[in-house]
Design a protein around this ligand. Structure first.
Ligand code: ADP
Ligand code: MG
Length: 343
């Protein structure tokens, strides 16, 4: 398995000034992996601007056109975890051999390797082997290589051997094109002026644009109406304006107790009953998300628990959110208590 998501393609990646260099370099690499001078290819830029989409599109292109090539997509986080496990299980050689067999290695969010000396060392050796064998390496990062503090110089200097291209915030016209493409893919028709209104209003990143489309569709089907200017305005108002509203400890406690129908005193007690533990962990998670309280203060609201309990709760819920659709749905509902949309 290459661990690629086949939905990320060049066809559904909208080109604009914001990503032109990265996209065209990416296409060149996709057509002739390991052969162009764009090796490694490093795409950087802030969150939600299409880095993962682009590097996976390259992988999918290679996988589909050169079926004999072993393409592998991995996040740096996963790479780190695999490395740690390999040490634990005494399988470091197998780990290294596996990565050295790859024809095209796509490694996402390399900033995650910062400060992880041993993992960087291992990546360095794999990188060298692949590069010397004419294999393609593609990376993404949330910042420019020169801003990657905690990364070994020898690794940074290799990142610069190939091409480094940034992705930026899409401009107005590109935002329109992206919205049109997404709506078209979902088979939704919206008037041009509504699209323009949306493109004007959401100027942060593409992921947020997608979030707004999802909310629009939800609102439209809920109210059994079309996505018109009216609906667009109210939807955006909920997302953009009410987002500013502060979420407090008390509002979180209220939302959690009423949603799960638990007593405030139980929630704040040391009870280990399943019916209270889960809501309590959710409440801790929400406090971590929405308030600036230090973990210790969060623990204080729940019978004076220490910060490690809070960390555990946050981790537990984070994992559940990733793996359990019901928990994700519950969280969506809780966000609605605060007039927020989880995107
Ligand atoms: P990043 O990895 O930079 O945080 P992603 O690649 O995950 O961002 O992009 C966030 C979302 O926005 C994805 O669903 C992606 O498909 C979409 N997206 C980003 N840029 C574009 C683009 N130029 N055209 C179409 N969709 C895009
Ligand atoms: Mg990404």
């Amino acid at each position: 398995d290459s661990y690629l998501n086949e939905h990320y393609t060049f066809d559904n990646f909208v080109e604009g000034d914001c990503n032109r260099l990265g996209r065209s370099a990416g296409l060149a690499v996709a057509q002739r992996p390991g052969v162009t001078s764009f090796n490694p290819l490093m795409i950087y830029g802030s969150v939600g601007l299409g880095k993962t989409h682009l590097i996976q599109a390259i992988g999918n292109y290679i996988k589909n056109t050169q079926t004999n090539k072993f393409v592998l997509y991995v996040t740096s986080e996963k790479f780190c975890n695999q490395f740690i496990n390999a040490i634990k299980n005494n399988t470091l050689q197998a780990f290294t051999n596996f990565y050295m067999q790859v024809d095209c290695l796509i490694i996402d969010d390399v900033q995650f390797l910062a400060g992880k000396e041993k993992t960087q060392e291992s990546f360095f050796h794999i990188f060298n082997h692949l590069h010397q064998s004419g294999k393609q390496i593609i990376m993404s990062s949330d910042r420019a290589p020169r801003e990657l503090a905690g990364m070994q110089d020898r690794l940074l200097s290799r990142f610069k051997w190939g091409l480094t291209a940034d992705v930026q915030q899409p401009d107005f016209e590109t935002r329109i094109a992206i919205l049109q493409k997404k709506l078209q893919a979902d088979g939704i028709y919206i008037e041009d002026k509504v699209i323009e209104y949306l493109a004007h209003s959401i100027d942060t990143n593409v992921r947020e644009m997608e979030g707004v489309i999802v909310s629009l569709m939800a609102h439209a089907s809920l109210n059994r109406k079309e996505i018109d200017m009216d609906l667009a305005r109210t939807t955006l108002k909920n997302i953009v304006v009410d987002n500013e509203k502060e979420v407090t400890v008390d509002s979180i406690l209220d939302a959690v107790t009423s949603h799960f129908d638990v007593n405030m005193s139980d929630l704040k007690s040391k009870s280990r009953k399943k019916e209270t533990v889960f809501p309590r962990q959710i409440a801790m998670y929400l406090m971590k998300e929405f308030t600036n309280l230090p973990l210790k203060s969060i623990g204080y609201h729940f019978g004076g628990r220490d910060h490690s309990t809070v960390i555990h709760a946050v981790q537990t819920i984070s994992i559940m959110l990733e793996t359990d659709k019901e928990v994700e749905k519950t969280m969506q509902k809780l966000y609605k208590y605060f007039n927020r949309v989880r995107v």
